[in-house]
Design a protein around this ligand. Structure first.
Ligand SMILES: Cc1cc2nc3c(=O)[nH]c(=O)nc-3n(C[C@H](O)[C@H](O)[C@H](O)COP(=O)(O)OP(=O)(O)OC[C@H]3O[C@@H](n4cnc5c(N)ncnc54)[C@H](O)[C@@H]3O)c2cc1C
Length: 477
């Protein structure tokens, strides 16, 4: 018999976005149902942020051991136990999992249903033998790895982010198809853990980032021994000799083949919109995702969609931000809108690359005919970076001619942390003077931001006019 459930809010998908909505709604007193077909925590916990950053942490330890000599610390030989690195990854997931667990959410008063959800009407969802009718639905079904239609790929074993963290043995030679943030992070992690790694990228790696900043990452990866094939398209894959895999590439009109032991496909994401009954529910969608308005409502106003499934930028903090907007709209009837706050974008390679707001080319395109200022400061002139021998990198700030901050990009150690003051600055429409005048502890990496901000005034401060005023005041003041 079908169980009928009437509820205030029904959330589909227990990943970063869905969990935030469910926790918030239930704690504010709304009757809440949460439906998840796979693992609680979604991609971020199980196959995304958490395992990738944990693997990168293991890789960083290996790299630190290798780089000890200039500090006077020598490790005789760095031996990587890949299986232990994988256990480390799994143990971090296990440590965080209780926060996202059924037990915790049931304790918060959420009814959790472990099943595939499917709309059977404009305000009815079927899942696990129950039919749920809700005042509001929230679609938070996330995304899945995009697997391109490469000839032969379906006939060979290949890895994606969903399987790579379960691989217990170090790949002999990992061929990473795709040089976006996911491909770059996993390429570096495997290289540092002792694998031979080749990255094949159709255009250039980290193509969405400022090229000047991405180049610093590229140089670091190549220096660590990653073979970087940019401007190369994979056209076919087949089994080679003795368990190897052969990848066929088109490069500058030439065809070449490379052999590897493993292939990791990291060419992008596709939103999870299939088998959800979206047409029955009257929810407009296409292959880029579910269509939403600025309040994240779909074409069926009872149904909102958040996170990766709406196919804009795909980040955990963005999914959580969307969740806040939906909660304010649904529970408090506040007309909260998406796209109003600055979104930090971080690639956790070493050096890290972080950006917020407009980059140089986007700023020029957005303000045709208007002057912009580009302020730079290199990590090589930062004393903390010198002390730690982490001098690769720079900050690049974009302002209007009168100093309003439009964007900032940082490549270098801890860039993911260093970007935060710039997020705050853009959200609060601060001018560059605020960043130049704030006191900053010495010696910290964050000084690069203050120095870049200060350079806005350098031309004026050290001009002949200023010098003559100072001379006049010194003599007659
Ligand atoms: C390798 C990798 C590294 C990443 N690193 C970072 C990072 O460092 N920082 C960052 O901000 N972001 C990172 N991301 C992106 C981040 O993981 C996603 O943006 C985030 O998980 C999106 O959250 P979500 O709630 O939209 O979807 P998800 O977390 O994917 O959750 C969706 C859930 O919905 C469930 N579901 C789908 N369809 C149904 C259905 N019909 N019925 C029931 N349940 C369903 C799925 O099983 C899944 O659990 C990374 C992604 C990858 C792949």
């Amino acid at each position: 018999m079908v169980e009928r459930i009437d509820t205030d809010i029904c959330v589909i998908g227990a990943g970063s976005g869905g969990l935030t909505v469910a926790a918030g709604a239930s704690q504010m007193g709304a009757a809440t149902v949460l439906i998840e077909r796979g693992r609680m925590g979604g991609d971020c916990l199980n196959a995304g942020c958490v395992p990738s950053k944990s693997l990168l942490a293991a890789a960083a330890v290996a790299e630190t051991a290798r780089r000890g000599a200039p500090f006077g610390v020598k490790a005789s030989e760095v031996v990587v136990d890949f299986a232990q690195a994988r256990r480390h990854v799994q143990s971090v997931i296990a440590e965080i999992a209780p926060t996202d667990s059924i037990a915790r959410f049931t304790g918060l008063g959420v009814r959790v249903i472990k099943a595939q959800a499917r709309f059977v009407g404009p305000r009815e969802v079927a899942a696990g033998g129950a039919e749920i009718r809700a005042r509001r639905f929230v679609l938070a079904t996330g995304s899945a790895p995009l697997v391109p239609p490469i000839s032969g790929l379906a006939g060979v074993p290949y890895l994606t982010n969903e399987s790579v963290f379960d691989n217990p043995t170090r790949p002999e030679h990992l061929i990473v198809v795709g040089g976006g943030p996911v491909g770059v992070e996993l390429a570096q992690a495997h290289r540092r853990l002792g694998a031979r790694v080749t990255v094949v990228e159709m255009a250039r790696i980290l193509g969405a980032a400022d090229p000047e900043l991405a180049e610093v990452v590229r140089v670091a990866l190549v220096r660590e021994g990653i073979e970087m094939l940019e401007g190369a398209a994979v056209t076919a894959v087949r089994r080679g000799e003795s368990d190897s895999l052969t990848v066929v590439l088109e490069e500058d009109g030439h065809t070449r083949e490379i052999a590897g032991s493993h292939i990791l496909v990291a060419v992008g994401r596709k939103p999870n919109v299939d088998d959800l009954g979206l047409d029955v529910a009257g929810v407009a969608h296409d292959r880029r995702g579910v269509r939403v308005d600025s309040r994240l409502r779909t074409s069926n106003k009872r149904i909102s969609a958040i996170g990766d499934v709406i196919g804009t930028q795909q980040f955990t903090h963005l999914a959580a931000h969307h969740a806040g907007i939906v909660l304010r709209n649904a529970l408090f009837r506040l007309p909260a809108r998406a796209g109003r706050q600055a979104l930090p974008l971080v690639t956790f390679a070493d050096p890290e690359l972080a950006e917020v707001g407009l980059g140089e080319s986007a700023a020029r395109a957005a303000r045709p005919g208007k002057a912009i200022r580009i302020l730079r400061w290199p990590f090589s002139e930062n004393d903390r970076a010198r002390a730690e021998r982490r001098t690769a990198g720079l900050i690049k700030v974009v302002t209007t001619a009168n100093g309003r901050i439009l964007g900032a990009g940082i490549v270098g150690a801890h860039a993911g942390e260093l970007i935060q003051p710039w997020v705050l600055a853009i959200d609060n429409r601060l001018k560059i003077g605020a960043m130049a005048s704030a006191m900053v502890a010495y010696p910290t990496y964050i000084e690069v931001g203050k120095r870049a901000a200060g350079s806005y005034y350098a031309a004026r401060l050290f001009s002949e006019r200023t010098k003559s005023i100072v001379r006049f005041l010194a003599r007659f003041g």
